[in-house]
Design a protein around this ligand. Structure first.
Ligand code: AMP
Ligand code: MG
Length: 337
């Protein structure tokens, strides 16, 4: 078991977040700040500058909120990958500095695996298929033979990225996903007997993989042809989420597992949660979703995975603490139960 609290630092993309677990691995809410560009997408260097700017304020706030002195931190965990290089480097640099200053162990962890482990901790599920739907990532993951294996993933852009880009094309700033959800809901409220006829979009499932850029182009085309924007938002959600849930369902069938766990920022979406629950009900499986603060990128999940890694004897030396932008989900040995 770790000696003291574990500090977790998340900095894979637009979000910088510090979080904590106590010595028993029990999580505390993170202190988080997200760069929201007023126009365009996320520029890695601008995001990294943002992280440097807000880091000391966030860390101080986290310690104050939890009534902790720096000396009570027993280890520092950080996202080693995958993500944007410039952003990852700021988190890794902060982690190295804090661990060296306090003289406590450092552990670099896999961001995607952290989403799974916080979800398992929060929801109490044992051996789920993770449907990981975030800005940059879309993967269907299962634990097999001591690794989390990617059974299917996006072949082009992440689903969140697709929603954000579609929104941006229509003047909605980042993050577009929640605004699309709002428009879709309003469309349904005002048109309870809606049909998808005339709002069809391409099929996003490719074997066990997914692809979203064609969906986005087709949705843009529908708007330019005069279809109501809210109706297209609704159709886009229906098509994109159905594709994800279909691949997740196949993963259940292939592996014989009986639990789905949602994770990533897009898992905040109620329609996706409902679709997954419905699919599971029909298969006598169960769908789990952590609280929204643990779906989005957060430092607490990094602390939780750091706690597991340290508990099972792994730490990271300074010499091997470099970031890995392309770190794969199945690169990390999973040695804990
Ligand atoms: P992450 O990359 O995990 O930090 O999540 C950020 C992504 O989640 C962005 O692409 C957001 O647009 C998306 N997102 C957040 N909330 C929602 C929502 N309610 N519906 C759809 N997408 C969402
Ligand atoms: Mg993420």
């Amino acid at each position: 078991m770790a000696d003291g609290w574990i500090l977790g630092i998340e900095s894979t993309a637009h979000t910088l977040s510090f979080g904590l677990v106590d010595a028993t691995g029990s999580p505390r809410p993170s202190c988080t700040d997200t760069l929201r560009p007023t126009e365009g997408g996320i520029h890695p260097r601008e995001a990294a500058d943002h992280h440097v700017e807000v880091s000391s304020h966030l860390l101080k706030k986290l310690l104050a909120d939890n009534n902790l002195k720096p000396s009570e931190i027993g280890a520092v965990s950080y996202s080693q990958g995958p993500g944007m290089g410039a952003c990852l480097r700021t988190g890794a640099a902060a982690a190295r500095s804090i661990s060296t200053y306090l003289g406590v162990p450092l552990v670099g962890v896999n961001h995607c695996v952290a989403h799974i482990e916080i979800g398992r901790e929060q929801c109490g599920c044992k051996d789920p298929i993770l449907l990981y739907v975030s800005g940059g990532n879309t993967q269907v993951i299962a634990r097999l033979d001591g690794r989390y294996r990617v059974l299917g993933e996006t072949l082009d852009i992440g689903i969140g990225n697709m929603l954000d880009k579609f929104a941006r094309n229509h003047g909605i700033p980042f993050p577009g996903g929640p605004v699309i959800e709002k428009h879709a809901l309003e469309w349904l409220e005002n048109n309870p007997n809606s049909s998808l006829q005339g709002l069809e979009l391409p099929y996003a499932v490719h074997g066990m993989d997914l692809a979203f850029s064609g969906l986005m182009s087709a949705a843009n085309k529908l708007v330019s042809e005069g279809k109501p924007f809210a109706a297209v938002c609704w159709s886009l959600q229906e098509h994109a989420f159905a594709a994800c849930v279909e691949v997740a369902e196949r993963a259940l069938a292939h592996t014989g597992k009986a639990e789905i766990l949602l994770g990533g920022g897009v898992a905040c979406n109620q329609r996706l949660r409902d679709m997954s629950a419905l699919m599971c009900e029909e298969r006598m499986a169960e769908s789990f979703c952590p609280p929204r603060m643990y779906c989005i990128d957060n430092g607490t999940m990094i602390a939780r995975l750091g706690w597991l890694e340290i508990g099972y004897g792994r730490t990271t030396t300074l010499a091997s603490s470099g970031i890995d932008q392309e770190m794969r989900t199945d690169q990390t040995p999973v040695v804990w139960p």
